[in-house]
Ligand binder design. Structure first.
Ligand code: S3P
Length: 183
């Protein structure tokens, strides 16, 4: 398996925060697809959505992923936008890149974490609760199908989540040093 960890999951699942903590612990490079796109486009995700529409943004996501793989990512933690794995071609690219980790969050957790958020175009407007429920129902099976491992994040500290990921990563890459087997 390639030496990369890819974080997927819903908005507010903690991909960016956990990604930064993981990269620091492993001394890996951190790449965030949303940040890559914003930098390349010179505008925010909200502007891209409002000026060009969602389909345009989704094409940018696929392009960013392809470019990253072309450059040959190694020792990288990739934090993906919540909708990136929905395109099957993207999911296949992620699986080839390394260990795909689904950070799973329940609706209540997502709503609490994104209560005052104004940056996610898909959650603006009326009825965020129904919107989140609807999107989660559609997306969770896709995240599960795409990921090698699923880590429930509700009620867990960032440190706890990163340790869980590193433990699994070491096992999957054959590095068993320092792993304590629990009875
Ligand atoms: C999206 C998630 C966002 C961002 C965009 C669309 C989605 O990223 O890519 O607003 O479709 O779930 P985060 O998951 O980092 O919030």
């Amino acid at each position: 398996m390639k030496q990369n960890i890819i974080l997927i999951g819903f908005m507010g699942a903690g991909k960016t925060t956990v990604g930064a903590a993981l990269a620091e612990k492993l001394q890996y490079r951190l790449v965030d697809t949303d940040a890559v796109i914003e930098e390349k486009e010179g505008r925010t995700i909200q502007s891209i959505f409002s000026e060009e529409g969602e389909e345009y943004f989704r094409n940018l996501e696929t392009k960013a992923l392809e470019e990253l793989l072309q450059k040959g990512a190694e020792q990288t933690v990739l934090a993906t936008g919540g909708g990136l794995p929905l395109r099957q071609c993207n999911g296949i690219l992620l699986q080839k890149m390394g260990l795909v980790v689904f950070l799973k969050a329940e609706k209540e957790t997502v709503l609490k974490r994104l209560e005052k958020d104004e940056k996610r175009p898909l959650l603006q407007g009326a009825g965020p609760e129904e919107r989140v429920a609807e999107l989660l129902e559609f997306r969770d099976p896709i995240y599960e199908y795409t990921a090698h491992i699923v880590i429930p994040t509700d009620g867990k500290a960032v440190d706890e989540i990163t340790e869980e990921i590193i433990r699994n990563y070491k096992i999957m890459t054959g590095d068993r040093k320092g792993i304590v087997v629990q009875a």
